[in-house]
Design a protein around this ligand. Structure first.
Ligand code: DC
Length: 296
């Protein structure tokens, strides 16, 4: 199935006004605004009854609430998306995990990147699915939960070229849209969610961070998991190579949607990012439901 989700045009004047009112670290479209100073901590904003009422109203009106979060690896996207979804009572979809599962299928079936047709065929037959009954949702392929396995190095190395296979992207996009019809209150994160998959999402975010900061974050994760301190310079290079592949894909290239809100997380802690995204998302959904004038 390939039906786009109709949510009405993205963005809202209200969101832009709030951003212009002085939110730091946030930009709209290609506009960049200063970052939140290091160490500045603000409490997460309350969610409140108004939000539950907005969600209930959207549900009653048959209007999906789709929040897209795109951006390169190491910007904190996955953790932020999970926390945002939890706070707002929405489902969460990690589309990178779907591409990782596809790369794993290729590895396990011994199919090389030189045979894209066979990869697409194998992925379409592997029973790839996201189990939303788990928290966070798990990803299953070839009859088992592969959520941990897809984070291993061999998968990470192969996933960028695998995700550049155009017919594979078509397959994933149609699966993602199908998931959104079944989970119409969704935070979905990846590279192309706001540009290609859900062009009419209620609100779109694009997270960025310098490659140095992203390498540091990845190193901390690896150290925590394995006890080994990785080579920072190698990590930074790997990140830049993956970015380059992601930016130059014929389909699903890594770039912000014209109506996305750009958030530079280089000097923001996770709480600050979650808090800002929450405020902006709530404002955008309220504006969408009110049918207020969209951004000029
Ligand atoms: O976010 P991640 O590192 O788990 O993503 C894994 C790979 O999949 C990465 O190379 C980018 C790619 N990807 C994509 O092309 N489109 C998406 N919607 C999500 C991820």
């Amino acid at each position: 199935m390939n039906t786009p989700i109709e949510t009405g045009p993205a963005g809202s004047g209200q969101v832009v006004d709030r951003v212009r009112d002085g939110m730091r670290g946030i930009g709209v479209g290609s506009v960049a605004i200063d970052v939140v100073p290091l160490g500045e901590r603000r409490g997460l904003p309350p969610v409140g009854e108004e939000w539950s009422m907005a969600v209930a109203r959207a549900l009653a009106e048959g209007r999906p609430i789709i929040i897209t979060i795109d951006g390169p690896a190491g910007t904190g996207k996955t953790a932020v998306a999970q926390r945002l979804a939890k706070r707002l009572g929405l489902s969460i979809l990690d589309t990178g995990a779907m591409y990782r599962a596809a790369a794993l299928v290729a590895i396990e079936q011994g199919i090389g990147i030189g045979e894209p047709g066979r990869i697409v065929d194998a992925v379409s037959r592997c029973g790839l699915r996201v189990e939303f009954g788990d928290d966070p949702p798990t990803i299953h392929a070839s009859g088992r939960d592969v959520s941990d396995r897809i984070r291993e190095h061999d998968v990470t190395q192969l996933v960028a070229p695998v995700s550049a296979i155009v017919p594979l992207r078509d397959l994933m996009i149609s699966m993602q849209r199908q998931i959104a019809t079944e989970h119409p209150r969704l935070v979905t994160e990846g590279r192309d969610q706001g540009t290609e998959v859900f062009p009419y999402a209620a609100v779109k975010f694009f997270l960025t961070a310098s490659s140095e900061v992203r390498a540091l974050r990845r190193a901390a994760q690896i150290k925590k998991k394995t006890g080994v301190t990785p080579n920072l310079e190698e990590l930074r290079k790997e990140i830049e190579i993956r970015d380059e592949i992601d930016r130059n894909k014929p389909r699903g290239a890594l770039k912000p949607a014209v109506d996305s809100i750009i958030v530079d997380t280089s000097r923001m802690d996770e709480d600050a990012v979650v808090g800002e995204l929450q405020k902006l998302a709530m404002a955008a959904v309220a504006a969408m439901l009110d049918g207020r004038k969209q951004r000029a």
